[in-house]
Design a protein around this ligand. Structure first.
Ligand code: SAH
Length: 503
C-alpha cells in the first residue's frame, strides 16, 4: 500500500502542500540511503585497501630484511683486507642472520595463513589503483609506533569483523556481555556495520594442523586470498611496523618481556585485585574494558583475575597477531623468534643480537580465563560511544593508550560515559601524544594536554582521583641493549562519582 492510501485524508487546502512535501521527503530519504550506501561501499573499499597494505607489509618482511642484509654485506666488502681480517666472523654472522629472518618469516607466514580476512580483499577503490598507496588510510592510525627510539613507535574458531574506514572492529573472542550481544543482534544502522563474533569455547580446538612442530609443511595454497597478487610493494616504514610488532610480541608473550610486564601490567592487576575483592562471590564477575589492548596480554591477565574482560584495538597489525597467538597456540614456546636482529646498534655481542626468543610463554587457552573474554576491533570512541555501552562497565583500564588520541578529551569523555557510577578508571602511561608531530599531515588534529590538564578534564567528567603515582618503565625495549628508553609514567585510579550530563 502506498503512503497516500494509508494516510488519513488531509484537510482541504493542505493536500496540495502535503503532496510535494511527502514526495520531497521520500526523495530525500532515497538520496540519503543512496549516499549512505555509497559511503559504506567506499569505506569497505578503503578498508580492503588498508588491510591489503598491512598484509603486504607482513609479506614484504623477508624481502626488506634481505635488503638490509645485502647492505650490511656491501659495507663489509668495502673493508680493506686488513680490516676484514679483524672481523672474520662477519660472513658467518650474515648467514646466521638469514636463518633468523627465515624463522621470523615462518611465524609470519603461519600467522597470515591462520588469518581469515573479514572482508573481500579484492574490492578496489574506483579511480585509485591498488598500488597507489596514497589513497590508503595512513597506517600510522593503525599502529602505535612511538614508544621506542629505533621503533618509536580471545579465543574462537571463526571470526567475523566489522570495519569502518580506517578502523576495524575485530572480535577475537566472544562477547558474553548481554548488552553487547543485544546491540550486535539488532544494530544494523549503516554507521555501525558491526558483527561481533561470539566466543565459542573451542579455543584450543582451532585448526591444530597448522601449528604442529613441523612448521615447514605450511604453505599458502589453502588460502586463495593470500596469493601473490595480494603482495604489493609497500614503503619500508610499513615493514618497520612489522618489526615493531615482533618487539611487541616480546613485551606481551615472551618470558623476556616479564620484567616489562611486571612494570606495566602488574600494578594495574594488583589495583584491580584490591578494588574488586568480592568479585568471585558476586553472581556475575565485574566487567572490564581495555581500550588500545595491543597484543592482548593485559586483557588476558585481567580475564584470568576473574573479570569479564574485553580488549579493544583498532590496528590490523596488532589484531592479526593477537588473534593468532590467542586462538592458534597449541603449546607454550612453539615458535622461535629473533626480535633483535634488525639493528646492529647498541649490542653487547652478536649472540645477544641473535638470541632466540620462545613464544608464547604461556598457553593462552589454558591460562584460566573468565568466560566472556573478548577482543573487539575498532576505534575506541566510535565503538564505545554507542548508547548500548553507556554506564555498562565496572572498570576501564588504559595502558600506554590515552596519548594515542587526536583529542584526549574525547577519550576521557567516552571513558566517563561508559563507566557505571562508582566505576573505576585505571591508567598507566606517558603523554607522548601520538599525533603531536605529524609532519606533512598538517591537518591532523592533535590536542596535547599536560598531566595537570588531563586531571582537570577528568574532574569535569565526574572523576575523583583515588590514587596517583609515577611508575618507571620501558616499552618494547631490548633488555640487553646499551640504550634503553625509560618512561616516568602516570599511574592513577580515578572513580566516576556521579553521572554527568555530556554535551
Ligand atoms: N596497551 C598495550 C598497547 C599500547 S600501544 C600495551 O601496553 O602494550 C597503544 C595501542 O592503542 C596500539 O595498539 C594502537 O593500535 C591502539 N590504538 C590507538 N588508537 C586507538 C583507538 N582510537 N582505538 C582503539 N585502539 C587504538
Amino acid at each position: 500500500m502506498s503512503e497516500t492510501e494509508t494516510a488519513p485524508a488531509p484537510a482541504p487546502g493542505i493536500v496540495t502542500d502535503m503532496e510535494p512535501e511527502t514526495q520531497t521527503a521520500r526523495k530525500i530519504d532515497d538520496e540519503e540511503e543512496e549516499k549512505i550506501r555509497r559511503q559504506k561501499t567506499l569505506e569497505e573499499a578503503l578498508e580492503a585497501q588498508s588491510l591489503r597494505r598491512i598484509i603486504s607489509a607482513y609479506l614484504n618482511y623477508a624481502e626488506a630484511s634481505e635488503e638490509d642484509l645485502k647492505r650490511w654485506e656491501r659495507s663489509y666488502r668495502k673493508l680493506s683486507p686488513a680490516h676484514k681480517a679483524l672481523v672474520p666472523h662477519f660472513p658467518m654472522k650474515f648467514q646466521r642472520l638469514r636463518k633468523c629472518v627465515s624463522a621470523n618469516s615462518l611465524f609470519i607466514d603461519n600467522m597470515l595463513q591462520a588469518f581469515e580476512p573479514p572482508i573481500d580483499l579484492s574490492q578496489e577503490l574506483d579511480g585509485c589503483e591498488d598500488s597507489n598507496l596514497e589513497c590508503a588510510p595512513h597506517e600510522k592510525y593503525t599502529l602505535d609506533e612511538r614508544h621506542d627510539s629505533s621503533c618509536q613507535p580471545a579465543l574462537t574458531n571463526s571470526c567475523t569483523y566489522q570495519e569502518e574506514s580506517k578502523h576495524i572492529r575485530e572480535p577475537i573472542a566472544g562477547v558474553s556481555i548481554e548488552e553487547l550481544q543485544r546491540k550486535e543482534a539488532h544494530d544494523h544502522s549503516p554507521k555501525d556495520h558491526s558483527a561481533d563474533t561470539k566466543i565459542n569455547n573451542k579455543t584450543c580446538e582451532c585448526d591444530g594442523g597448522q601449528l604442529n612442530h613441523d612448521h615447514s609443511s605450511v604453505s599458502f595454497s589453502s588460502h586463495n586470498w593470500l596469493d601473490s597478487s595480494i603482495q604489493t610493494h609497500v614503503p619500508l616504514v610499513d615493514v618497520d611496523k612489522v618489526r615493531c610488532i615482533i618487539r611487541n610480541i616480546v613485551r606481551d608473550w615472551a618470558a623476556e618481556g616479564q620484567r616489562e610486564r611486571d612494570q606495566c601490567y602488574k600494578p594495574i592487576l594488583e589495583e584491580l585485585d584490591s578494588l574488586f575483592p568480592n568479585r568471585q562471590k558476586d553472581s556475575t564477575p565485574p566487567v572490564c574494558l581495555v581500550p588500545g589492548a595491543g597484543l592482548g596480554r593485559l586483557a588476558l591477565e585481567i580475564s584470568c583475575l576473574g573479570f569479564i574482560c574485553q580488549g579493544n584495538e583498532f590496528s590490523y597489525y596488532m589484531m592479526i597477531c593477537s588473534s593468532f597467538i590467542l586462538n592458534n597456540t597449541e603449546d607454550p614456546g612453539e615458535w622461535t623468534l629473533y626480535p633483535w636482529i634488525h639493528s646492529n646498534c647498541n649490542s653487547l655481542s652478536d649472540n645477544d643480537q641473535l638470541r632466540p626468543i620462545a613464544i608464547p610463554d604461556i598457553h593462552p587457552a589454558s591460562a584460566g580465563i573468565t568466560e566472556g573474554f573478548s577482543m573487539c576491533g575498532g576505534d575506541f570512541v566510535e565503538v564505545y560511544n554507542e548508547s548500548s555501552h553507556a554506564g555498562m562497565w565496572d572498570a576501564v583500564v588504559t595502558c600506554f593508550f590515552i596519548d594515542t588520541a587526536h583529542n584526549i578529551i574525547e577519550y576521557i569523555e567516552t571513558i566517563s560515559k561508559i563507566l557505571k557510577d562508582g566505576g573505576v578508571w585505571i591508567n598507566l602511561g606517558p603523554l607522548l601524544y601520538h599525533f603531536a608531530d605529524t609532519y606533512g599531515h598538517g591537518n591532523e588534529m592533535s590536542i596535547e594536554l599536560s598531566l595537570e590538564d588531563v586531571k582537570r578534564v577528568a574532574t569535569h567528567y565526574g572523576f575523583v582521583i583515588e590514587k596517583e603515582s609515577t611508575i618507571e618503565t620501558t616499552y618494547t625495549t631490548n633488555p640487553r641493549a646499551m640504550m634503553q628508553n625509560r618512561y616516568y609514567t602516570a599511574f592513577w585510579t580515578m572513580r566516576k562519582k556521579c553521572a554527568i550530563a555530556t554535551t
